[in-house]
Design a protein around this ligand. Structure first.
Ligand code: GLU
Length: 429
């Protein structure tokens, strides 16, 4: 196991699965399959830059609190660093480092010219006012001012952030450098150069990958029974698009709990309900309550974990009844669970493929901004679909040619492309 002992990361609690160790294990498996040399593996195992900044913020009641904000830049071998900013209480430097590494492989797999990065602040955004969140975001941005930029590192939304935070980041960066720089972030509001289709992009990408996987089995989305854990930006968009395509979304959940309806939930009605119920689906009248844990083991065809990591573990993997799992979240299936699911013949569509729609449309937003030419939503969706379907078929082919599971196939493609570029560029000095 490659260690991060040379980096100033806090130690992982032994009771928890360390996301960075897990990410390194996947990298090592890919390196072994590709027969990469030890030096290349060492380089790819270490983030290039790890930044932690203090964010002093005055709360509405006058109290001053100092938060820690992270940005981990894993690799810029293929292009500028790219990746979201997460506001969630469980954020740690190790988690951000793992997610930064995943972004490197995800961008390489999709063939978009970016490296990988991730940022985060360990806060529950629901506990802060809009004004407090704006001050936190602006101070975090200004502390990172030398580390980000449209050709350096381009943040985007992730869990707990949205177009609103991106507009604040873009404005703070622009004011500091003295002119408008829309390309410093993606996932912006349309009014400041955001792309049509970005809001729904991650969920749309998940729907496309599930559709392709079903098509390979001679099935369509019509009537397919789907359970979705998470009803945030990704889960709700996936639910809506799958519903539109004729799938039966039989259960969805949020942090507080979920709802189940054997004949399929009315997703537009559920979205409206959640919007007026502080984003929770609990209490939706046209369904019965179900816990987050029970949702994962429901009898269904497709399971979409679209919330946090480590949801399907050794403890519950055996009880999962779905034949296809699409990882809309990052890392929802642990390494051990993945092995036991594969042994049972369950298809796990890996995160770096199944949730790549967001960063693909981020890339399309960046391209539109750089060319000062903005597309209609149909064109954005078409270009995104092309890249997603192409990557899906490359992963399937890689898995067949090398006789390896889909996750390893996706990793070998992503890691292999970065390793090739590293070898072509050479090591400086
Ligand atoms: N946060 C998203 C992800 O994990 C999007 C990143 C981006 O658009 O840069 O893929």
């Amino acid at each position: 196991m490659v260690s991060m002992s040379t980096l100033p990361l806090e130690s992982a609690s032994p009771a928890h699965i360390c996301p960075f160790d897990q990410a390194c294990s996947y990298l090592e498996a890919a390196a072994k399959e590709l027969k990469l040399d030890q030096g290349t593996l060492e380089i790819l195992s270490h983030p290039r830059k790890v930044v932690t900044v203090s964010i002093p913020v005055k709360l509405d009641d006058g109290e001053v609190r100092v938060l820690a904000g992270h940005r981990v830049q894993h690799s810029d071998i293929l292009g500028p660093y790219k990746g979201g900013i997460r506001y969630h209480p469980a954020v740690t430097l190790r988690e951000v480092s793992a997610l930064a590494m995943l972004m490197t492989w995800k961008c390489a797999l999709l063939g978009i010219p970016y490296g990988g990065a991730k940022g985060g602040i360990a806060i529950d955004p629901k506990r802060y006012s809009v004004g407090e969140l704006e001050r936190i975001t602006r101070r975090y941005t200004s502390e990172l001012i030398k580390d980000i930029g449209p050709s350096v590192d381009i943040p985007a939304p992730d869990m707990g952030t949205s177009a609103r935070e991106m507009a604040w980041m873009m404005d703070t960066y622009s004011v500091n450098v003295g002119h408008a720089v829309p390309g410093v972030v993606t996932g912006k509001p349309i009014s400041v150069g955001g792309s049509r289709g970005r809001e729904m992009a991650t969920g749309r990408g998940t729907m496309i990958i599930v559709r392709e996987a079903l098509a390979d089995r001679g099935k369509s989305l019509i009537g397919v029974r789907v359970a979705i854990q998470g009803f945030g930006n990704v889960g709700s968009a996936a639910a809506e698009l799958l519903y539109q395509e004729g799938a039966k979304v039989i259960a969805v959940s949020t942090g507080a709990g979920g709802v189940f309806a054997a004949d399929g939930l009315d997703i537009p009605a559920l979205k409206a309900y959640a919007a007026s119920n502080r984003k929770s689906v609990v209490g939706f009248p046209q369904g019965t309550p179900i816990s987050n844990a029970d949702l994962l083991t429901l009898p269904c065809d497709v399971l979409i974990p679209a919330a946090l990591e480590n949801q399907i573990t050794e403890a519950n993997a055996d009880q999962v009844q779905a034949q296809i799992i699409a990882e809309a979240a990052n890392g929802p299936v642990t390494l051990e669970a993945n092995l036991s699911l594969e042994a049972r013949g369950v298809t796990v569509l890996p995160d770096i493929l199944a949730n790549a729609g967001g960063v693909v449309v981020s890339y399309l937003e960046w391209v539109q901004g750089l060319s000062y030419l903005f597309w209609d939503e149909e064109r954005v969706n078409r270009e995104m679909e092309h890249l997603m379907v192409q990557a899906y078929h490359q992963v399937i082919k890689q898995s067949q040619v090398r006789q390896i599971p889909l996750r390893l196939a996706a990793y070998t493609l992503g890691v292999g492309r970065v390793a090739q570029a590293l070898s072509d560029r050479g090591l400086y000095p």
